[in-house]
Design a protein around this ligand. Structure first.
Ligand SMILES: [Zn+2]
Length: 364
């Protein structure tokens, strides 16, 4: 719940993106109103407005920004960074450590959905996972949901290097685990970086495919039909290719090089086919979402579509609150048109979270 936002009435007029619609509205007690109100504080008449950006693939318990904190302190610090960059909605797709889920709920920090701990076999990931054997996957997955996670994250394939083709879990286990999560009211996100993993993810009907390296065009029709979203995390490919574990393993280096060369065209085709593409930054510091938005536009998505992948499309897929009458105001305001230059997204003029003005990062 959002409490005491009853200070000023605000007035805004501008172009709402990505819809590109001119709108005029007021914010009253923190809520959006399209009806006229008197004595409003003017917040801008010719600006560009986005109803909050969404980073759909982030890890709040990991310190990619070298903040130097851990646990709940790191979660808060990462969320503050997201906020000052206008990222008002974050999906955490894998906790590296246990933190109290209540630490994600703070009306002065971005809205969070999370997937609980990464689930992977003991030797099936970096070591930050909750070790989960195939026999235990169904139970561990359901437990995440019962503990309050809206999502569950499976690592479907790993390691990167020794066997780029292998899978962490047999097909029947994955199918049962996905069904069990859905029956418990949760949704499933899977880490996959090879073709067999993507095919299994699609067949088992997960809700979102993370990375999805190994994706093939013929999968897009079924993905669109089953409403399976794809978070391609384009920005991590150059980082991955530079990791010694990949760089020094010829098979992996060759594989990821080919992924990087082909993924742009695939993302564009997926978008055109109706697959929902989400923007996620994964291993970048909090507040770097513009980098993925630019990468999506470089795949051939229009600037508006790239912004949609990081805002309206993601919000509707994740059921985050929208920009509508009587909703708490979640807004980012820019004084230049971000569709003309996506990097304008790095320079928000004003940020409002749950009806409260928040401080944008100092202009860079
Ligand atoms: Zn990740």
């Amino acid at each position: 719940m959002v409490g005491d936002v009853k200070d000023s009435v605000y007035h805004l007029k501008g172009t709402v993106l990505p819809e590109n619609e001119k709108r005029e509205f007021w914010i009253v007690n923190g809520r959006v109103s399209f009806a006229q109100h008197k004595n409003a504080v003017e917040l801008g008449q010719s600006d560009f407005i986005i109803g909050g950006l969404v980073d759909a693939h982030f890890h709040l318990t990991m310190d990619f920004g070298d903040i130097g904190l851990s646990g709940m302190e790191l979660v808060r610090a990462n969320l503050e960074k997201h906020l000052e960059h206008g990222t008002l909605f974050v999906r955490d797709v894998g906790l590296a450590v246990d933190v109290p889920y209540a630490s994600f709920q703070d009306e002065r920090l971005p809205h969070v959905q999370h997937a609980g701990r990464f689930l992977a076999p003991a030797r099936g990931y970096f070591g930050m996972q909750k070790p989960t054997s195939p026999e235990n996957l169904v139970q561990a997955a359901v437990e995440q949901v019962k503990n309050g996670a809206g999502w569950v994250k499976f690592i479907l394939n790993w390691p990167l290097t020794a066997d780029v083709e292998g899978l962490n879990y047999p097909k029947d286990v994955v199918v049962r685990a996905v069904r069990a999560v859905h029956d418990s009211g949760g949704r499933v996100a899977v880490h996959v970086t090879n073709k067999d993993g993507v095919a299994l993810a699609v067949e088992s009907g997960v809700n979102s495919i993370e990375h999805g390296f190994g994706m093939e065009e013929e999968m897009f029709g079924v993905m669109a039909e089953k409403k399976i979203a794809w978070t391609p995390t384009l920005v991590i490919l150059p980082i991955g290719l530079d990791m010694p574990v990949i760089k020094n393993t010829p098979k992996a280096a060759k594989y990821y090089d080919s992924v990087q060369k082909g993924i742009g065209a695939l993302v564009k085709k997926a978008w055109k086919t109706g697959v929902r593409i989400l923007a996620g930054t994964d291993m970048l510091p909090a507040g770097s979402l513009v980098e993925e938005i630019v990468a999506l536009s470089e795949c051939g998505l229009s600037p508006r579509d790239a912004i949609a992948a990081a805002s309206t499309e993601a919000k509707s897929f994740l059921n985050f609150p929208g920009f509508e009458e009587n909703a708490f105001a979640n807004l980012v305001v820019y004084n230049e048109d971000p569709t003309k230059n996506l990097r304008t997204l790095n320079r928000p003029e004003r940020i409002m979270l749950n009806g409260r003005l928040a401080k944008p990062q100092s202009a860079s």
